[in-house]
Ligand binder design. Structure first.
Ligand SMILES: [Zn+2]
Length: 664
């Protein structure tokens, strides 16, 4: 008891000392970008001696079969705007600068090797014309195209280079490996919709791709888009203190993205075969791992395996920082094992939707096995420790991969990291709550920040201590403490600057491109505020038109400002009729909630019946027309209580893309 009292006394004394001295002392900060500190250099040097940097197999493989690339080093759209630039990364050469993690630098060197490559006599790839790869398989009559990149412009440029170097062949089939936009977005650059619709060119995809592709970015699209600016670093300069790549690829193109609905779907978890342009292709459906809808496949005539994005030369995301549902490492691992069982002994080459291929059976099976074990280790060991009662923050500090996996470059966390993937696997089973009652109802950031700063002796005392910790290289801790201060007083420029400096050192040490970009963008916005730039529309015309009525009305329901008192008092029953697509629906508005029902109409208690063509509905989503304008022009017909419908429309929310992230 006595000892406890003494301890309290000491703490009181300590507080007094700090507040006395803090009256005289001040720290000096500025908004400049900083060099790497000795702590950052030491951390990066440690990795340099840990990993086998002498092994140049990846460089040999990434350069193997190079045929040609674009002299101009960039791809432009019809108006002359650059939609993808390879040459902006020309500075990534030689040894890693001290402001970059040497392992990520190495990965970016590999990812920025661009051009057309011969994989085998019958397989070609264009790499680094976009974030992802486009692959071309020589069929009996033409090219089978796998994954036509993000934008029509980049896909078109890739196909043109292929035809120029190898002689023109028509596109005979297209395969989308999965539902992420970097694997289908550029499809219109290589094929006419009419050729797909007429059946002349078949379009293969895993079951659910179209729906998943359209829905994944709609309901949570605004925030995912804003967070993507952090994750992909597109607001950052491309230089040694800025963005050096995403780890998975260099960066995303900014051309026209679209989608064409697939005509053949693959849905067998155990395997199914198709003959595509004279070649036998065996597929396995691999949903709920890297993407909600995905497949891997094997060209038995060519002994060639397409890994899709299930296997890459990096530890992928079991959780993606832009925000997404978490992914299941056990499923992920089991899909790789199934591929090993089915084709493992016969593969001569393995290629994927990102990074470079692997040749020779022994190297391929080693590569696949380690990848399989990486995901299973993370899943199983997280769960094992969770069953001992450890919580996510604890487990992510405890778990270290076996050296046999960890030292393989293909397993390094260039995109996903061990740290955040462990948290994802915990979340998969336990959700957001770690079981400690303190986390049931903690104070929100601003309120907590105020109390922390008050308890820690005020802003100046916190800054002085934070600077001491900064000088000792404790950047994670400095960030945690100063985040409280910035949320208490976002105008405190010293706090902003020192927090920015800490994020910057964390970025310089980060092996993950996504982490580096995240920290650096945070740092940038603390130093110079949020710059409002023209924001890209995440949902293009193909996506809007591809939305089912169900998804569309659920999207409207989500945007209803149900917290508004007037909105809560609304009690309406609307009938919706879409003559051009012969669809109808009901919208019930009550209790601050919008409930859509698809397929029927009310016969009584109808507030109003709204008749409009689906094509006009799409115009409102594309920003080509407002509901108001369409009502005035007669394109939308409202029978019944027009005022009620107008009032309902005033309660549909819009979102600001450039919301704050690193400050309140
Ligand atoms: Zn991808």
């Amino acid at each position: 008891m006595k000892r406890k009292l003494v301890a309290i006394g000491m703490a009181g004394l300590l507080l007094t000392t700090i507040s006395c001295s803090s009256q005289n002392k001040k720290i000096s900060t500025n908004t400049n970008q900083k060099e790497a500190t000795t702590f950052t250099k030491e951390a990066n040097d440690k990795l340099l001696s840990y990993l086998p940097f002498d092994d140049d197999t990846d460089f040999k493989n990434a350069k193997r079969g190079f045929i040609a690339t674009l002299d101009e080093g960039e791809i432009k759209d019809e108006e002359g705007n650059v939609v993808y630039s390879m040459k902006q990364f020309d500075y990534i050469k030689g040894d890693a600068p001290s402001t970059t993690n040497p392992s990520l630098w190495r990965q970016s060197k590999l990812n920025s090797l661009n051009g057309l490559f011969k994989v085998t006599d019958d397989i070609y790839q264009v790499r680094d014309f976009d974030l992802s790869n486009i692959s071309f398989i020589k069929g009996k009559k033409g090219w089978i195209v796998i994954d036509p990149l993000v934008s029509a412009e980049t896909a078109k440029a890739a196909l043109a280079l292929l035809n120029k170097e190898l002689g023109f062949r028509p596109v005979t089939a297209i395969i989308f490996t999965h539902s992420h936009i970097d694997h289908f977005g550029g499809v219109r650059g290589i094929i006419d919709v009419a050729d797909v619709k007429s059946g002349k060119v078949k379009l293969y995809a895993p079951k659910g791709l179209f729906t998943d592709a359209v829905s994944e970015n709609i309901m949570a699209g605004n925030t995912m888009g804003r967070r993507s600016t952090y994750m992909y670093g597109n607001l950052l300069p491309k230089d040694e203190k800025g963005m050096i790549g995403s780890g998975l690829g260099q960066t995303l193109s900014t051309g026209k993205a679209g989608i064409i609905e697939p005509t053949v779907t693959i849905s067998s978890l155990t395997g199914e075969s198709k003959v595509i342009d004279g070649l036998n292709v065996e597929f396995i459906y691999t949903p709920g791992a890297e993407a909600p809808s995905e497949m891997m496949f094997y060209f038995s005539d060519l002994k060639a395996f397409c890994q899709a994005e299930i296997i890459t030369h990096n530890f992928h995301n079991l959780y993606t920082l832009r925000g997404a549902k978490v992914r299941d490492g056990q499923k992920w691992s089991s899909y790789i094992d199934l591929a090993l069982v089915k084709w493992g002994n016969d593969m001569d080459v393995s290629f994927g939707s990102h990074h470079w291929p692997t040749w020779e059976n022994q190297s391929i099976t080693k590569f696949l096995t380690k990848s399989r074990d990486l995901y299973r280790f993370t899943h199983d060991q997280t769960l094992r420790l969770a069953n001992h009662g450890y919580t996510p923050k604890e487990i992510s500090e405890m778990l270290v991969l076996p050296e046999s996996i960890d030292k393989s470059f293909a397993n390094r966390g260039y995109y996903g990291t061990m740290s955040h993937n462990i948290k994802a696997e915990y979340e998969l089973y336990f959700g957001w709550f770690d079981g400690n009652p303190v986390n049931l109802h903690p104070l929100p950031p601003v309120a907590a920040g105020k109390k922390y700063i008050e308890f820690m002796g005020g802003a100046n005392a916190v800054l002085l201590n934070a600077k001491k910790s900064y000088d000792q290289g404790e950047y994670r801790w400095v960030a945690e403490v100063l985040n409280h201060l910035v949320f208490t007083d976002p105008k405190n420029q010293d706090a902003r600057n020192l927090l920015a400096d800490s994020y910057e050192q964390l970025a310089y040490q980060a092996e993950s491109g996504a982490w580096r970009n995240y920290y650096l963008t945070g740092s940038k916005e603390l130093r110079s505020g949020v710059k409002v730039l023209p924001s890209t529309n995440m949902a293009g015309p193909d996506m809007i038109r591809g939305m089912s009525l169900d998804l569309f009305l659920n999207y409207i329901a989500m945007r209803f400002i149900g917290t508004d008192l007037e909105a809560q008092q609304m009690h309406y029953n609307f009938n919706i009729v879409l003559p051009d697509v012969k669809e109808k629906a009901i919208i019930i508005v009550e209790n601050g909630v919008v409930t859509p029902r698809i397929g029927s109409n009310f016969s009584k208690d109808v507030t109003a019946t709204i008749t409009l063509n689906r094509s006009d509905l799409d115009k409102t989503s594309l920003g080509e027309a407002t509901f108001d304008e369409l009502i005035k022009s007669g394109a939308i017909k409202v029978d019944g209580d027009k005022k009620a419908f107008n009032k309902f429309l005033t309660k549909i929310d819009t979102f600001d893309f450039w919301f704050n992230i690193v400050e309140p």
